[in-house]
Design a protein around this ligand. Structure first.
Ligand code: NIG
Ligand code: ZN
Length: 424
């Protein structure tokens, strides 16, 4: 018996989402399902995929662990490619203000919003941030997430930005979920820089970015490109510098006002542009042409009572769409993948197949990892979700309820609802 071998067999449907790159437009419908499917994983890496009969025939030795998935659907682990999961404090009060009619930007403009979380994150100890962030990842794991992106951006100064990224590293080392780190130093304008936004961008470029790159503290650089936050020109300046220094790019683009963020993402060759509620037709066309992933965040639009991003239009115009939760303390305090599925299918015109693609292989592409995760293909990480139900179609159908029964990460069973939840 070889160490670290897992055999998942008899799956009612093995939803492979097979592929090593993003799926654009119509291709998002193809899930490459194997009925009565099986997968064999060795030392954390998928080795054999096929029908149960085929895989059984090819097994090199008797596996250490056998999981019988009879009557269940088996999918790749979900990837939550846009979150802000490390932060101090909460902003429940602001949610009540929004319910009474205040807008997200009004609250931000009168000194609340992101700046409130910045204060609380500065005050929080590393231990507090670690404990809270880890607990949030536990919840994400229960929803089938096996890789999560996490952003800084609640520091806006040298020490706290680095503290957030270091805490993410520490959590990554102890938690089954793999963390992809993004530097979002330009998330809001700190009070002392109000009216001097260009100088704040200079400060980030000169004082913070070099340290982030030198110590490899983040893989991506992101910015909140928005009216009354950072302009297209300021975003271009920061992101071009980050790219020059070897970072990959993401943008919070065209969320509240149509500013041209989608166009900028295409111009700079960003890996993804996110939110896009107000993205223009030209911006969408440019993203499709340049292969920029359109990461849509329906939980946020829902939470802000905004119109949803035009997922149907984007897919019909050959974009590769990913979905993510945008878990954060302000605009969207929700890590709920079931909610994401429900909103995408019920309100954004996405089919269940497109939603699955958007949370697996396209989400993997949004963190530049479509070659190693996001599908059940030989050679990829053994990151697998087993549902309580026989088809992926039950995910949106069981509206807003978690349908995940088991999660396998790197070939190890790490979550089992039947055994009380998280196993490590
Ligand atoms: N829109 C900007 N940033 C975050 C929200 C951050 C916050 O409100 O704390 C987002 O992606 O939704
Ligand atoms: Zn965000």
């Amino acid at each position: 018996m070889k160490k670290g071998t897992v055999f998942i067999k008899n799956a009612a449907e093995l939803v492979t989402c097979s592929g090593f790159g993003p799926k654009f437009g119509k291709a998002m419908e193809e899930l490459h399902i194997i009925p009565n499917g099986a997968v064999y994983i060795e030392d954390g890496i998928i080795q054999i995929v096929g029908t149960t009969e085929e895989v059984e025939r090819k097994l090199p030795q008797s596996p250490e662990q056998v999981i019988d998935a009879a009557g269940k659907a088996v999918l790749p682990g979900f990837i939550d490619s846009h979150t802000h999961f490390v932060f101090g404090g909460y902003r429940a009060e602001e949610f009540s203000w929004r319910l009474r009619g205040d807008s997200y930007m009004e609250i931000m403009e009168r000194g609340g919003g992101i700046i409130n979380s910045v204060r609380a994150t500065k005050e929080a100890s590393r231990e507090e941030l670690f404990k809270a962030g880890k607990k949030r990842l536990d919840s994400m794991l229960s929803f089938g997430v096996t890789t999560a992106e996490g952003k800084s951006g609640y520091g806006l100064d040298y020490e706290t930005e680095i503290k957030q990224l270091e805490v993410m590293d520490e959590i990554d080392r102890v938690h089954p979920i793999d963390v992809v780190k993004t530097f979002l130093g330009a998330h809001a304008v700190p009070k002392e820089y109000k009216g001097r936004e260009d100088e704040f961008i200079d400060f980030i470029i000169e004082k913070v970015l070099p340290e982030i790159v030198e110590r490899n503290l983040a893989e991506f650089c992101d910015i909140f490109c928005e009216k009354n936050v950072f302009s297209v020109e300021q975003s271009r300046r920061l992101l071009s510098k980050a790219k020059e220094m070897g970072m990959k790019l993401k943008l919070h683009a065209d969320e509240i006002v149509q500013l041209g963020g989608a166009e900028l993402a295409a111009e700079l060759g960003a890996v993804s542009a996110d939110h896009l509620l107000q993205a223009s037709d030209q911006g969408i066309a440019a993203m499709a042409e340049k292969g920029v992933i359109a990461t849509l965040l329906p939980n946020t639009a829902f939470s802000l009572r905004e119109h949803y991003a035009r997922a149907r239009y984007m897919i019909d115009h050959h974009c590769a769409v990913a979905l993510a939760t945008d878990l954060n303390p302000g605009s969207c305090f929700s890590e709920s993948i079931p909610l994401t599925f429900a909103l995408a299918t019920l309100y954004m015109g996405m089919s269940p197949e497109e939603a699955v693609t958007a949370l697996t292989i396209n989400a993997a592409a949004a963190v530049d990892r479509a070659d190693t995760i996001g599908s059940i293909d030989a050679g990829k990480k053994g990151d697998i979700v087993i549902l309580e139900f026989p088809s992926y179609k039950y995910i949106p159908y069981h509206v807003g309820v978690n349908t995940v029964e088991k999660v396998v990460k790197n070939g190890r069973l790490v979550f089992d609802k039947e055994k009380g939840g998280i196993l490590c």
